[in-house]
Write a protein that binds this ligand. Structure first.
Ligand code: DMJ
Length: 672
């Protein structure tokens, strides 16, 4: 208690008497701050204290020291995370000055590539934002990637929580009906309504809903080599073909197809994924200032949809930059006249500026693959804009094709008439050119829409059975399983390189709960696709091979006709290798991809910049460069290479994104 007496009496003080030596007395008059003097004077003062005083001071120091240790341990952690957070904040600065990222807190800007790639600096790839719908994966997986401990990342521990939730969801759903299709048991969604009817509000890009962002995973040496290849290809395009459709790397010029900067647009999301910030920024400026669709130019509906519309949509999702959505809307609207046909099966060509559409000059037919492989993009455009006209147009095509006669156990002919809406040139079945991506988009639309559209799944499952029944054979001597063609009942052992999309698609289906047989078939087919490279002199596949069916006839399974021995830098085999590695974790797929990559570097790299298609994969001393770099080399081939060499399943997570047929990732839709 504070008493009045205490308040008035002077405070008690301890006095220390100090006797100064003559030198010290002298020093007191002037300023002596030498270390020796200070040390001596402190020690003397300490000695002059009473034992009690010294004990009190020592206790005080001991107490302060203990407090210090305790407070460090409790304050240290938050401090550490605070420090990390500020580093993260720096990393999430918008890639483009003035560009507003939808969610800068979770969306890292592209990494700046080190100009000195020969040193293999530690670069970090771009991570796309988290699941657009907040899920980590589908609930009905039968085949999961057997990731080893070392490959699991800390964040994946959280998936246990998710697994429990998924298990609970699964149990709840077993009450509901189950679709079974010849051995495949697929859990349908609660709703059988097609997603089109749910379009009301425009959707935000997936990045807007992104939440947590994992620590970036350092690039592997192989990824760095791909990065270097991309930059080399880009340098050629930038120097000699900037803003044009395709680079002609030998003549250091360009070719024009649509006059819309095809390579630049096709490569945008690859640059984002590879973390090439400067290149991305420069390309973005071109899109902002120079990309104009209001032009009197005829474009192919399919090609411009998968490359331009698909490229713009995926770049919008990855970057969150609304510029890309605006451009996507513009071209989407300009492509719509293609659907004004008597049958609603779209024409092959559209004039973007005039708003007119027409079939090729020589026929009223469209290609089946073309009219059935624009759906992922148009459906996504509807979801993003809230305008269902895009989705309605393409859904109508799928519904119509679903009902058509002329199929052979789910296999479709290659042409469809835009007047009658009927298949034409009946009796010829292939999984190569003109039909290939029909099969791919059946599965991928089903996945995109949340696995609710049963007709798509039925058509896909039936078609794969058709492939097994009519098109599968084994070659000699290696007994490679391949997909041939059927023409009016005659089997041909011909297989396009394009067919090599199939192992990847089959694996994707198996990953999404379809029959485990599909995975077996995928494994057999990817081996064949690899052999289409390995058995050739340059280690690069030709455009088309014929398989040897005769045990007596030679030692090679793969035969190549003179007209088919070109290589256009196509992606299908590396695309499938990527899926196979993602879903199995078997490193042989990476090794095969690495061999192929090295052969591209050996035979198609043009020293002054860019890569070129070649005419002769059988002549290593002169592969006959064609002087053309296709846009899909940057849009697809190098992107899939980069992803194949990554151990990070969240670098375009396949439970969150579905790739269009030009390798542009689009989000898998979540519940409405
Ligand atoms: C690309 O444009 C697409 O992958 C398409 O589906 C097939 N052709 C090329 C690549 O080979």
């Amino acid at each position: 208690m504070y008493s009045a007496a205490a308040a008035t009496s002077p405070p008690r003080r301890d006095f220390i008497s100090v006797t100064l030596s003559p030198e010290e007395a002298a020093g007191a008059g002037g300023y002596n701050n030498s270390k020796a003097w200070r040390r001596r004077s402190c020690w003397r003062k300490w000695k002059q204290l009473s034992r009690l005083q010294r004990s009190v001071i020592l206790c005080l120091f001991a107490f302060l020291a203990i407090c210090g240790v305790l407070s460090y341990t409790s304050v240290g952690e938050p401090w550490k995370s605070l420090t990390n957070k500020s580093l993260d904040d720096q990393r999430t600065e918008p890639a483009i000055p003035g560009l507003k990222l939808a969610n800068p807190a979770v969306l890292p800007a592209p990494q700046k590539a080190d100009p000195n790639l020969g040193d293999y600096p530690e670069l970090l790839p771009q991570k796309p934002p988290r699941a657009p719908h907040g899920r980590r994966g589908p609930s009905n997986l039968q085949i999961r990637a057997p990731w080893r401990d070392g490959r699991l990342k800390p964040q994946q521990d959280l998936s246990r929580v998710g697994e429990e939730q998924l298990q609970a969801d699964k149990e709840e759903r077993t009450e509901k009906s189950v679709i079974s299709w010849r051995g495949a048991v697929i859990e349908p969604d609660q709703s059988t309504e097609p997603p089109s009817s749910k379009i009301k509000e425009p959707e935000k890009p997936s990045s807007v809903e992104a939440e947590d962002q994992k620590e970036p995973v350092p690039l592997s040496r192989r990824q760095l080599a791909v990065l270097q290849a991309f930059r080399h290809a880009w340098r050629g395009y930038r120097d000699f073909a900037w803003g044009h459709d395709e680079l002609k790397p030998l003549s250091k010029s360009y070719s024009e197809w649509f006059g819309l900067g095809l390579t630049l647009i096709d490569a945008l999301d690859t640059m984002w994924i590879l973390g090439l910030k400067e290149e991305f920024e420069e390309a973005r400026k071109w899109v902002a200032n120079d990309l104009v669709f209001d032009k009197n130019v005829d474009v192919n509906l399919f090609e411009s949809t998968i490359r331009i519309l698909g490229g713009l949509l995926s770049t919008y999702h990855l970057s969150g930059d609304s510029l890309f959505l605006e451009k996507a809307k513009d071209i989407g609207n300009r492509l719509m006249p293609a659907f004004r046909t008597p049958s609603k099966i779209p024409y092959s060509d559209v004039n973007l500026g005039r708003g007119t559409a027409h079939p090729p000059r020589w026929t009223a037919d469209s290609t089946v693959a073309e009219v059935t492989s624009i759906q992922l993009e148009f459906r996504e455009l509807s979801r993003l804009t809230g305008d269902d006209k895009f989705q309605k147009a393409v859904d109508e095509v799928m519904k119509h094709v679903h009902t058509l006669s002329g199929k052979n156990d789910g296999l479709v002919p290659m042409f469809i008439n835009t007047n009658s809406g009927q298949f034409t040139h009946l009796g010829v079945y292939t999984l190569g050119a003109r039909a290939d991506s029909y099969y791919e988009y059946l599965l991928k639309q089903w996945i995109q829409g949340g696995k609710k559209e049963n007709e798509l799944l039925e058509d896909y499952m039936r078609a794969i059975e058709g492939v097994k029944k009519h098109l599968l054979q084994r070659s000699q001597p290696k007994k490679l399983t391949f997909v041939g063609e059927l023409a009016h009942g005659h089997f041909s052992a011909k297989m396009d390189h394009l067919v090599c999309f199939l192992p990847g698609t089959l694996a994707l289906g198996a990953h999404n709960g379809l029959s485990a047989d599909h995975m077996k078939l995928a494994e057999a087919l990817i081996e064949t696709c690899y052999q289409m490279y390995a058995q050739v002199e340059t280690g690069l596949s030709p455009e088309i091979v014929h398989f040897n069916l005769d045990a007596e006839k030679g030692h090679k399974d793969v035969e190549i006709k003179p007209a088919d021995r070109h290589n256009l830098l196509r992606p299908e085999t590396v695309e499938s290798l990527f899926y196979m590695y993602r879903f199995t974790g078997d490193r042989k797929y990476q090794d095969w991809g690495w061999e192929i990559f090295q052969n591209f570097n050996k035979y198609t790299r043009v020293p002054t910049g860019g890569y070129t298609s070649i005419n002769n994969v059988q002549n290593p001393s002169n592969p006959e460069p064609r002087d053309k770099m296709e846009s899909f080399f940057l849009g697809e081939t190098l992107k899939y290479m980069f992803l194949l060499f990554s151990d990070d399943i969240d670098l375009i997570n396949l439970d969150q994104y579905v790739f269009n047929t030009e390798a542009h990732p689009l989000p898998i839709w979540g519940p409405a």
